[in-house]
Write a protein of this length. Structure first.
Length: 336
């Protein structure tokens, strides 16, 4: 896992260099389709990547995005009416039967379908109209890291070309350097703060909420910590009740319009006695973590996950686990 985290900047540089034709072809198809809505098809870390892309599309294109449940087709046998839409399916292996089935059904129903996968000769790739290969190389660790980041970048490359968004495309071109800086960010103060804790919250808003969801999953699967992800707006509607003395909270703030609200909620929880860590220079109450700023409000949140991956790998080993081989899990999950 550590090696694969350190490979992320190079993997993203390769994807951006070799995937330009895929991005351009997909962007052209989306402009021609002019979708009224977009659906995403994914599970696990790939679904968190989909959530990130949901925010990016809604913020940049103004097109609504919904995650559809693969079991609607695979278990319940119901096909959706998706004419006039586009569908983005994400799976690093491209082998999960329910993801493949939903993608096939979306294509039959008239959706323009895209497969984002690290396995371009997979069943998922065959099921979609167009495939964007992640080009991440083999990922051996059960916990996905570089394929998660590559899935988001592949989606952003597609979006940037669709909208011909020069600012986003420029931010993507500089992303490998930013991610290299993110790998070097030291989040080790969190290590001791989590000693003896089996429960915590991870907060975010907008694209950073998708990163919070991914972080909470990684805390569970590599460290056995019951981490829950919440929007900084929603955590005060009930979940804040259990936040008391030294309850650990990781607040993921990006340099975007939501940063102020995340800082405010982090301060409120710190006032309740929580041990709060935040990726913002604007907090006077939470403990600040270093971050690699990307200069763009969409890509800024993505850099946070790279710093987090280094932290959670070290935390897993500190707690006596092997992050490469978490119990009860396997690399490819083929859900029906």
């Amino acid at each position: 896992m550590r090696q694969e985290v350190e490979e992320i900047p190079a993997a993203i540089a390769r994807l951006l260099a070799e995937g330009r034709d895929d991005f351009a072809r997909g962007g052209k198809a989306l402009r021609e389709r002019d979708p009224v809505a977009i659906v995403t098809i994914a599970r696990g870390s790939s679904d968190h990547a989909s959530s990130f892309l949901k925010y990016a599309i809604e913020l940049l294109a103004g097109v609504p995005v919904a995650s559809v449940g693969p079991s609607i087709v695979s278990i319940y046998g119901r096909e959706l009416k998706l004419g006039g839409t586009a569908a983005i399916a994400i799976s690093q292996s491209g082998k999960s039967p329910d993801i493949v089935s939903m993608t096939q059904a979306a294509r039959r129903s008239g959706a323009l379908t895209f497969a984002l996968t690290n396995t371009p000769d997979s069943p998922l790739a065959a099921a979609a109209d167009q495939t964007i290969a992640l080009r991440s190389g083999e990922e051996k660790s059960v916990a996905a890291t570089k394929t998660f980041v590559a899935s988001v970048v592949a989606g952003l490359g597609l979006i940037g070309n669709w909208l011909e968004d020069k600012a986003l495309l420029a931010a993507l071109d500089s992303l490998p350097q930013v991610l290299g800086q993110a790998v070097g960010c030291d989040w080790s103060p969190l290590l001791g703060a989590l000693d003896g804790h089996q429960s915590m919250y991870v907060l975010g808003r907008g694209p950073a909420l998708a990163i919070a969801s991914e972080a909470a999953l990684k805390f569970k699967e590599t460290c056995g910590i019951h981490a829950e992800a919440y929007s900084a707006a929603e955590v005060i509607h009930g979940p804040a009740r259990i936040v008391e003395h030294h309850f650990p909270v990781l607040a993921l703030a990006a340099r975007d319009a939501a940063e102020t609200s995340v800082v405010e909620v982090a301060g409120r929880l710190a006032g309740q006695g929580a041990r709060v860590f935040i990726t913002s220079a604007n907090s006077d109450t939470a403990e600040r973590l270093p971050f690699a700023a990307s200069g763009h409000p969409i890509t800024d949140a993505l850099a946070l996950v790279v710093s987090f991956y280094g932290l959670v790998e070290a935390l897993s080993r500190r707690r006596g686990f092997d992050p490469d081989r978490p119990p009860h899990l396997k690399k490819v999950t083929e859900t029906i």
